[in-house]
Design a protein around this ligand. Sequence first.
Ligand SMILES: NC(=O)c1ccc[n+]([C@@H]2O[C@H](COP(=O)([O-])OP(=O)(O)OC[C@H]3O[C@@H](n4cnc5c(N)ncnc54)[C@H](O)[C@@H]3O)[C@@H](O)[C@H]2O)c1
Ligand SMILES: [Fe+2]
Length: 390
Amino acid sequence: MTTTHYHFQTASHIVSGAHSLELLGEKLDLLGLSGLTSIFILTQPSIVSLGYADQIKRKLEKKGIASEISTEIKPEPTEENIEEVFQTFLKGEHDAIIGIGGGSVLDAAKILAVLKTNDQPISALIGTNLVRKRGVPTILIPTTSGTGSEVTPNAIVTFPEKELKIGMVSPHLLPDLVILDPALTLNLPKSITAATGMDAFTHALESYISNKANPFSDMFALESMRLISGSIQEAYHHGKNVKAREDMLVGAMYGGMALTSAGTAAVHAMAYPLGGKYKISHGVANSMLLPHVTAFNADHIMDRLENVARVIGIEEAGSKHTLAEHVIHQIEEWTADLHIPQHLKAFGVSKEDVPALAEAASEVKRLMDNNPKQMSVSDIEQVYMKLLDA
Ligand SMILES: NC(=O)c1ccc[n+]([C@@H]2O[C@H](COP(=O)([O-])OP(=O)(O)OC[C@H]3O[C@@H](n4cnc5c(N)ncnc54)[C@H](O)[C@@H]3O)[C@@H](O)[C@H]2O)c1
Ligand SMILES: [Fe+2]
């Protein structure tokens, strides 16, 4: 399962802890960024309503840095949406970018930063290692505990005409500064806490069982699963619990660090067509698929599932098979408790749609190749079918 060569990369500077947003000005000085003239603040309407974007604007004013707030990035943004917002970014002549919000905004901020310096359209940069130059200085502040985008070299773009989501992958997408402030996540709605939290858990589990799993990724993946399994239900039921929110935020970041080194696998490959065509949110698609894909993989990853069982607090002894079943059962229990949909019918998917979905998922080779057990198109179809049975 482990490869001989393994790699790790992450953001240059990370600060964490409740109210760490207060340290923004100090960190700009430290990183030699206080001479900037104007920063584009890319965010989401909910973050503006909560007052966080204005808080940043005022902090920048104190440093003599102008700023413009934009909320034009849509959840799970398309190429067209990002290109449009890029025109606003260019007009403002900003020399840096702050992304504060969920993965959609963080990914878009990373893309805008490199669009500004590379002089090429998104279509030319989509794929692996096609970005040639680093972007303008980028600061990322996650407000969901899910994607880990703040520490990954990936940015995901939705292509509606292809009914697919495709990744831009480059070390140049890694930001200069990350601020992990759990206080910003206390108002995260329950359904988003649930879906994004399960996305983060999926990153950790998939990295841990990936063909590219290695000592670096294992460390982050196991700690990510320990933190998330210990806090996801508390964060969902008692959203104002700062400790649970902090564990979720750090756990999600570790998930991002793990996937950067080991990659995600079949769950993510199969989730992309569900997001691209049926607008099922990324976290919900992953949560639905995770138990079924884990069951498919189980006989190839028994030893690994034993360790997963241990870190997520399953202590019952038994045959290895029983432990694997326990892990799957535990994931199903979480998703039920977190009220995450378990069935594709609710999203207008029918059995006739399955061959096209399976074909599209099998095309996501970058991730399918990481899966510990090879999946044929017919295997993929059978897993989708499980989400339409009953
Ligand atoms: N770059 C990566 O490595 C990576 C990994 C996984 C997923 N992704 C991508 O990230 C995107 C999904 O990101 P996401 O799951 O974080 O969701 P999101 O960014 O789409 O946000 C979901 C919703 O939550 C709201 N929201 C965010 N923070 C909030 C807060 N603190 N309080 C209240 N509301 C808040 C947003 O306004 C939005 O409506 C997808 O496009 C997915 O493909 C990227
Ligand atoms: Fe994900």
